[in-house]
Design a protein around this ligand. Structure first.
Ligand SMILES: [Zn+2]
Length: 321
């Protein structure tokens, strides 16, 4: 699929990608090669100035339209370090260029960016074949893909601890329970011994892999050590839910009631939903419905005010008993 001549042009693409990186731009490089094997034009990414349409493949397509006959374009090949994005694949097809050979696929690049904690781009990632089904495509080329990955890793910087934890959680379904706990333990162990965050992550890992009895002491420890932000509220909800699963919903009610009185934020509905579950288990069903309806009312398409009033009427202050 990829011969020695192809490999030589691809190595040049990787060099161009490295030049882009050295110039502070995203590491992408491409070469346009005529049917007889002559390199006609080359470029690297130039989006650092703010114009995100300045991809090398797009520029090469326009260069080909301006400088080559239709027959020359059809016989030409575009080599590139990363598979064309939909914009460039469309330009390639519109000007009637021939084959594409790439080192790394869009799918690989997408996976790397997730791994590096980079936000999703504004354009959907698609294989060239879906955008331009008539174009002959070859790639990826594993022998060079690691070099391209390394350039992207350097561009985006080392992922920080938060990004690596988030990435680990995204892979939970790919691991056995013990293996996943070991993965989180490895990350937690990088933090100081008295880290509230480490205790919280350990608790979550036990909780999510069916070990609530081991999650509870970790959540308690995380809260004692002064866990902050949204994680503190999550720790309270998850502790209460674990206690309920272990047969102690009463402490869950106590914790969540105190939590609702303590503060208010976007987690309120999650706190109330967990409280509703704990209330049912202690036999306070009217209050459970009140808590659940209070959480639900703002999300209803209609009746928001009346449902909120009915929810209050079922609640502890209005309880007719
Ligand atoms: Zn592009």
């Amino acid at each position: 699929m990829v011969d020695e001549a192809d490999a030589r042009h691809l190595r040049r693409c990787v060099e161009l990608a490295a030049e882009a990186l050295a110039a502070g731009d995203e590491p992408f490089g491409s070469v346009l090669v005529a049917g007889d094997g002559t390199a006609l034009a080359e470029d690297h990414n130039r989006v650092a100035g703010g114009d995100h349409t300045r991809h090398p493949e797009f520029r090469l397509a326009r260069w080909a339209a301006a400088n080559l006959t239709p027959a020359e374009r059809a016989a030409a090949t575009v080599y590139t370090s990363g598979e064309h994005c939909p914009m460039c694949a469309a330009a390639h097809a519109w000007v009637g260029l021939g084959r594409v050979v790439y080192v790394a696929s869009s799918e690989q690049l997408g996976e790397w960016l997730v791994e590096f904690g980079v936000p999703a781009p504004p354009v959907t990632t698609l294989p060239i074949s879906e955008v331009a089904p008539g174009v002959l495509v070859a790639g990826p080329v594993p022998e060079l893909a690691d070099q391209v990955r390394e350039l992207h890793r350097r561009f985006h910087g080392e992922p920080n601890w938060e990004q690596r934890v988030a990435q680990a959680w995204r892979t939970i379904d790919e691991h056995e329970a013990a293996e996943f706990r070991a993965l989180i333990e490895g990350l937690a162990a990088e933090l100081p011994a008295d880290s509230a965050l480490a205790a919280f992550e350990r608790g979550c890992a036990h909780d999510s892999t069916g070990q609530p009895e081991r999650a509870v002491p970790e959540y308690r420890r995380a809260l004692e050590l002064g866990l902050t932000g949204v994680r503190r509220r999550r720790a309270v909800c998850q502790l209460a839910s674990s206690l309920r699963n272990l047969g102690d919903p009463a402490e869950g009610v106590e914790l969540l009631t105190a939590e609702l009185a303590r503060t208010s934020d976007h987690m309120d509905d999650a706190v109330r939903a967990t409280l509703a579950l704990c209330l049912v288990d202690v036999g306070r069903e009217r209050e459970a419905v009140s808590a659940a309806l209070t959480a639900l009312a703002p999300h209803l398409p209609r009746y928001q005010r009346s449902m909120a009033n009915y929810a209050r009427a079922l609640g502890p202050e209005a309880d007719p008993r």
